[in-house]
Design a protein around this ligand. Structure first.
Ligand code: ADP
Ligand code: ADP
Length: 233
């Protein structure tokens, strides 16, 4: 069974003259345990695909199955539950709350999941230790480097033990060395069994994942793209 399955999926914005086929009749699947990146030029449908995968949006036509559930048939409350329990989101700009410590930032998704504060603190500390920040629990974001802040964000993404980490340009704000550190964390989490899907513009980053899906004009132009193909684009 696939974790992610697009079946003849289209996402169309607007209508008539202003109609945009952001995704057009896309069929693809990602199995549990995969480590993928999504690439493609600006306007090719990457953000739309990420919004779809992350259950932030529903298809215009065709089907999206996440963990066996037909997302197009679910209401907002069910989509919100999937996003909170089954998906961990990581962003380019970290999106940490500046007034909260690392521990409290990582605890937040568990507040929404209704977990007691003692258990929250314990699990948040564990998640931060998992990303190498066991000594930084009580630091605020402005007391941490960019790479450390992204690791806090990754800890927040994994704290509810999701099936999927969905990362949008996770290394876009990081330097070369920090990018390697953050990619090593994704590699480690994937080795522990979490499915990881990221959008990136950086071929050096995409090459560290195990499968590169290349979008163009709202369609998958190349799945399992090789490093040679990437150098030619
Ligand atoms: P990418 O992330 O690869 O840059 P997007 O998924 O953002 O591509 O966009 C794909 C196409 O859909 C583009 O032509 C974009 O302008 C259009 N598009 C994306 N979101 C919207 C929207 N909310 N309303 C109208 N058009 C949109
Ligand atoms: P990204 O850099 O992630 O591709 P964009 O800057 O393309 O993001 O888009 C930012 C937001 O605006 C996204 O949520 C996208 O869905 C939306 N958007 C993109 N193109 C359009 C458009 N032509 N009309 C309306 N909204 C759009």
């Amino acid at each position: 069974p696939d974790l992610i399955r697009f079946q003849n999926l289209s996402k169309v914005y607007g209508s008539g003259n202003t109609e945009v086929k952001a995704l057009w009749q896309v069929s693809m699947a990602i199995a549990p345990g995969e480590y993928c990146s999504i690439m493609g030029p600006s306007g090719s449908g990457k953000s739309t695909a990420m919004n779809m995968i992350g259950c932030l949006d529903r298809p215009s036509s065709g089907e999206y199955f996440f963990d066996g559930q037909d997302v197009g048939q679910l209401g907002e409350a069910d989509l919100a539950l999937i996003r909170n329990r089954k998906i961990g989101f990581v962003f380019q700009q970290f999106h940490l709350l500046p007034q909260l410590t690392a521990l409290d930032n990582v605890s937040l998704p568990m507040v929404y999941a209704g977990i007691s504060s003692a258990v929250r603190n314990e699990r948040a500390a564990e998640a931060l230790t998992q990303v190498g920040l066991g000594q930084r629990l009580h630091n605020r974001p402005n007391q941490l480097s960019g790479g450390q802040q992204q690791r806090v964000a990754i800890a927040r993404a994994i704290v509810n033990q999701p099936l999927l980490i969905l990362a949008d340009e996770p290394t876009g704000a990081l330097d070369t060395q920090t990018t390697k550190d953050v990619m090593a964390i994704f590699e480690q989490l994937n080795a522990e069994g979490i499915t990881v899907v990221m959008v990136t513009h950086e071929p050096e980053v995409a090459q560290l994942t195990h499968r590169v899906i290349w979008f163009r004009d709202g369609q998958v132009l190349n799945d399992h793209m090789s490093p040679e193909d990437m150098r030619q684009t």
